[in-house]
Design a protein around this ligand. Structure first.
Ligand SMILES: Cc1ncc(COP(=O)(O)O)c(C=O)c1O
Length: 406
């Protein structure tokens, strides 16, 4: 309903704009993304700020990154590393990324030809889609999905083939994936650990995926920005682990998620050389290169593997603490195997639409969340809200205290 009302309001605004521009004798632009308006993320964060609510909506920490890391950035700046970095990224950083893949997944990526530093995960995603998708190519997207995939596909003239997954488990029905595959299928987008459902790919998903893509000209875009936020000693099934998948995958990652520095917008993409060549052709005209001082700092910081290996236990503690607190509310917890999102259902509390529920809780009880219908193209509403637990313990406790009043 919200998605439909939002679309109608956007179309009306565009019609009004058209007539206004026409009356002013001004030049008109035909939108490539006519249905894209203000996102629910912006709406919820703005509302949280307006009413002074605790903001558990958007995915970013409310605590600072390690002081060692900011010291390293300061040092890089003072040492004069303030000019353009190489187009593909600083070699010392690419070398560290390569070492990390070798160590964790036994996969070799050549820093010279197969790794590119990007302005965050989002730019890596956009660039991979832009490099690979031709008009009318079909891309399979599992929903609920991170909101940048579909617009990037559409801007390139591609066709989004979405497959909706449902709570509580959000498992991928591989028989339906097989039915969706056509001779126009160019790419499958995967995201594990997944935002917003907090699910992870399991070994049987990997087996199914391998058998589907084998001998097919299908690429994979694997969004692994939450690769280290995985709990209960489970394994991150990176595409890099499996040759059948590795050889056709763009893998995207984010230092923002890794080091609590979402505002720095630094990430990377790895892919086999022939894919990376095309990726870089777009990258060099989209951003050319990513800011230098952060790259120097991260290259140094990454040398200590504990900086990323300690993340799972750091976030698992937060997850467990938040879940314990939320278990005292009337919300029902969905499983959380990875990422820093905890979803809940509220069917026993209200039959309101999830958008209405999220708005009301923000205004009346002072905690902002994201209604997960926002992650479905059709606005499918399973009465699920997503909370981000990448917050200080005091913030999480305060939020739980407020939510207990519902
Ligand atoms: C699933 C997913 N992919 C990619 C990104 C983007 O990462 P970055 O902030 O590095 O662009 C996010 C950020 O929230 C995300 O949740």
């Amino acid at each position: 309903m919200w998605a439909w009302a939002n679309t109608v309001s956007i179309v009306l605004k565009q019609v009004k704009l058209f007539f206004w521009l026409f009356s002013q004798g001004m030049i008109r632009i035909t939108s490539k993304l006519p249905r894209v308006g203000t996102t629910i993320f912006t709406t919820m964060s703005a509302l949280a700020a307006e009413v002074g609510a605790i903001n558990l909506s958007q995915g970013f920490p409310d605590y600072d990154c390690a002081p060692e890391l900011t010291d390293l950035v300061n040092k890089a700046m003072k040492d004069g590393h303030n000019q353009y970095a190489p187009m593909a990224g600083l070699m010392s950083l690419r070398e560290q990324i390569s070492i990390k893949f070798e160590k964790l997944y036994g996969a070799h990526y050549n820093p010279d030809t197969e790794i590119t530093v990007t302005a965050g995960g989002t730019q890596g995603i956009f660039t991979a889609i832009c490099a690979a998708i031709q008009p009318n190519d079909e891309v399979i997207v599992f929903e609920p999905a991170y909101d940048s995939y579909a617009p990037a596909i559409k801007v390139m003239g591609g066709v989004v083939k979405s497959l909706e997954l449902s709570p509580p488990d959000y498992r991928i029905p591989w028989d339906m994936v097989r039915r969706l595959i056509s001779n126009r299928t160019k790419m499958i987008i995967l995201n594990s650990p997944q935002n917003p459902s907090a699910t992870i790919l399991q070994q049987n998903d990997i087996d199914e995926l391998c058998s589907i893509v084998k001998n097919q000209d299908i690429l994979i875009l694997s969004d692994e920005v939450y690769e280290h936020l995985i709990y209960d000693n489970q394994t991150h099934e990176s595409m890099a682990r499996y040759e059948e998948l590795r050889k056709r995958s763009f893998i995207v990652a984010s230092f923002g998620k890794l080091f609590h520095t979402t505002g720095w917008k630094v990430g990377y993409c790895v892919a086999p050389a022939e894919l990376m060549t095309e990726f870089r052709k777009v990258h060099q005209f989209l951003v050319f290169s990513v800011n230098s001082p952060m790259q120097y700092a991260i290259a140094e910081y990454l040398k200590d593997e504990n900086t990323y290996l300690s993340l799972a236990s750091f976030f698992q503690q937060k997850r467990d603490h938040f879940r314990e607190g939320m278990a005292q509310t009337r919300f029902q917890l969905l499983p959380c195997a990875g990422s820093y999102f905890q979803s809940v259902t509220y069917s026993n509390i209200s039959d309101e639409k999830d958008v209405d529920m999220a708005l009301r809780i923000t205004k009346e009880f002072g905690v902002a969340s994201i209604p997960t219908s926002a992650f479905y193209t059709k606005g499918t509403d399973h009465h699920v809200l997503r909370f981000c637990f990448a917050k200080r313990q005091e913030t999480l406790d305060e939020a739980v205290n407020k939510l207990m009043k519902i």
